[in-house]
Design a protein around this ligand. Structure first.
Ligand code: CTP
Length: 417
C-alpha cells in the first residue's frame, strides 16, 4: 500500500532541542515513502543538528535565515509555505509555540508559519515544567483552537534527567501523524479545490473525552489479564474529533499504535486508573467510551510474583471492576451532555445494545458484531449500528477511520447549539 506521504511536499521546521536529532530519522522515513522534504532550521535548531546533515538527508538546501536574499529571490517564504502540502514543526519548542500562538513573525520559521494557508502539525519537546506551565498550556489551547495539529509529547525520562510529559514523539509516531494529517487534508479539500483550512470545524471549542484500548489487570507484578483490543477504533475517533476542531483527551490502555495527532494522551494500565483519568479529565462536552475495559480484576493482587508450589495452581478470585461508562453516564453534576458507549456483541446485536443503553443510561451506543468471522479485533474495518433510545442507524462495513469520521459528524450534529 502506498503511503499517504508519497508525492507530497513536507515543509519541516526544526526547532532548538536535543530531540532535533530524531528529526534526521524522520526525514529518512519520509523520503523512503516518496515525500519531498524542505527544511527550515531555526538558529537554536542549528545548535543541535547541522545544516549539512539536514540537507544531506533532504537532498535540498536548508533554509536558515529570513534575510537570505538569494532564497527570497528563488522562492519567498510565503510561496514556500504555500507550496507545501503540510508544515511540520519538530521539535516544537515552548518558544516556537508561543510565537505561533501570538502570531509573531520575527524570523524565517515564525514568518513562514504565520504566512501559511496549509495545515500545521507540531511535535512539542520541552522540559516537563515548561510543558506544564500555565503559559504553555494557554498557548496550546490557542493553537488547538486555531486548528493546529499535535503529536505527543510523551511521558518519559528526559535529557535533563526529569521524568514526565515533554519528550518529543518518536519519528514513526510523527510519521503516522503526518499520514493522518495528509489523509484528512485530502478528505477535507473540496472538489472545487478549497484549501484544508477552510475545512469545517464543527467541534471547535468543544472538549471531547475518549477511552481506547484494552486494560491490563494485574495478577502479580509480572502477570496480567488482558484482552485483544488494539485501540484502533478509539484512537481513530480521537483523531477524527481533533480534526473536527475539538480539544481531545484520549485515555488509553496499553496499545502499540501511535498517539493520534492533535490529542492529549493519558496512558493507563488498568480499569481503576482509567476511571480516575477519565474523572480527572472532566468536564467534557462529549465522552466516548471505546475502551475494552476488563470486566473483572484479581481480588488479591500478589505483591510478589506467584511461585509454582506443591499446592498446584493458585485459585484466582475475581472482583468486578468499576463500570466507567455507567459511572459517568449516571453522574449528576458534571455529566457530559453526550455520553456514548460501545457494545461488543456476537448475537442479537441491536437488542443487547438497547438493553445496555438503558442499563448504563448513556445517550448512544455504537454496537458492533465482534464474532470472530468479522475480524473486528485488531482488524482495520468495522460494521456498526448507532443505537439511540428510539433511533437506529446501520452503517455498511467501513474502515475504522471512516467509522470514526461518521461518528464524529453524527455527534457534532447532536451537540450543535
Ligand atoms: N465499559 C466501561 N467500564 C467497564 C466496562 C465497560 O466503561 N468496566 C464501557 C466500554 O468502554 C463500552 C461499554 O462499557 O463502552 C461496554 O460495556 P460492557 O458491559 O462491557 O459490554 P460488552 O463489552 O459488550 O460486554 P457484556 O456483553 O459482557 O456486557
Amino acid at each position: 500500500m502506498t503511503s499517504p506521504v508519497s508525492g507530497k511536499r513536507i515543509l519541516l521546521i526544526i526547532g532548538g532541542g536535543i530531540a532535533a536529532y530524531k528529526v534526521l530519522e524522520l526525514i529518512r522515513r519520509l523520503r523512503e515513502r516518496g515525500a519531498s522534504v524542505r527544511a527550515i532550521l531555526t538558529k537554536a535548531g542549528a545548535e543541535f543538528v547541522t545544516p549539512l546533515s539536514v540537507s544531506s538527508l533532504t537532498g535540498d538546501k536548508v533554509l536558515t535565515d529570513l534575510f537570505s536574499l538569494t532564497d527570497e529571490a528563488e522562492m519567498g517564504h510565503i510561496e514556500m509555505s504555500r507550496d507545501a502540502d503540510l508544515l511540520v514543526v519538530a521539535p516544537s519548542t515552548a518558544d516556537l509555540m508561543a510565537k505561533m500562538a501570538g502570531g509573531l513573525a520575527g524570523d524565517l520559521a515564525s514568518t513562514t508559519l504565520l504566512a501559511t494557508d496549509k495545515r500545521v502539525l507540531v511535535a512539542p519537546a520541552m522540559n516537563v515544567r515548561m510543558w506544564e506551565h500555565p503559559a504553555t498550556k494557554r498557548n496550546i489551547r490557542q493553537l488547538k483552537d486555531d486548528g493546529i495539529l499535535f503529536v505527543g509529547p510523551t511521558d518519559g525520562v528526559m535529557a535533563c534527567g526529569e521524568f514526565g510529559p515533554g519528550r518529543m514523539a518518536e519519528p514513526m509516531e510523527i510519521l503516522a501523524a503526518i499520514e493522518d494529517a495528509l489523509r484528512e487534508t485530502v478528505l477535507l479539500a473540496s472538489p472545487a479545490g478549497v484549501g484544508a483550512l477552510a475545512a469545517p470545524q464543527p467541534l471547535a471549542g468543544r472538549h471531547v473525552l475518549v477511552t481506547s484500548g484494552p486494560t491490563h489487570e494485574p495478577i502479580d507484578p509480572v502477570r496480567y489479564i488482558a484482552n485483544r483490543a488494539s485501540g484502533k477504533q478509539g484512537h481513530a475517533i480521537a483523531a477524527a474529533a481533533a480534526a473536527a476542531g475539538a480539544r481531545v483527551t484520549l485515555v488509553s490502555g496499553p496499545v502499540t499504535i501511535a498517539d493520534p495527532a492533535g490529542t492529549t494522551v493519558v496512558r493507563v494500565e488498568n480499569a481503576r486508573q482509567m476511571k480516575a483519568a477519565v474523572e480527572a479529565a472532566l468536564p467534557a462536552d462529549i465522552a466516548i467510551f471505546a475502551a475494552a475495559v476488563a470486566d473483572w480484576r484479581v481480588a488479591n493482587e500478589g505483591v510478589e510474583k506467584l511461585k509454582k508450589g506443591k499446592n498446584g495452581p493458585p485459585a484466582l478470585a475475581l472482583v468486578e471492576n468499576p463500570d466507567i461508562l455507567a459511572t459517568i453516564a449516571q453522574r449528576g453534576e458534571g455529566r457530559p451532555p453526550l455520553v456514548v458507549g460501545f457494545a461488543a456483541e456476537t448475537e442479537k446485536v441491536i437488542e443487547h445494545a438497547r438493553a445496555k443503553l438503558a442499563r448504563k443510561r448513556c445517550d448512544l451506543i455504537v454496537a458492533n458484531d465482534v464474532s470472530p468471522a468479522n475480524g473486528v479485533f485488531g482488524g482495520d474495518s468495522n460494521t456498526v449500528h448507532l443505537v439511540g433510545p428510539d433511533t437506529l442507524e446501520t452503517w455498511p462495513k467501513l474502515p475504522k477511520d471512516e467509522v470514526a469520521r461518521r461518528l464524529v459528524a453524527a455527534l457534532a450534529a447532536r451537540v450543535r447549539p
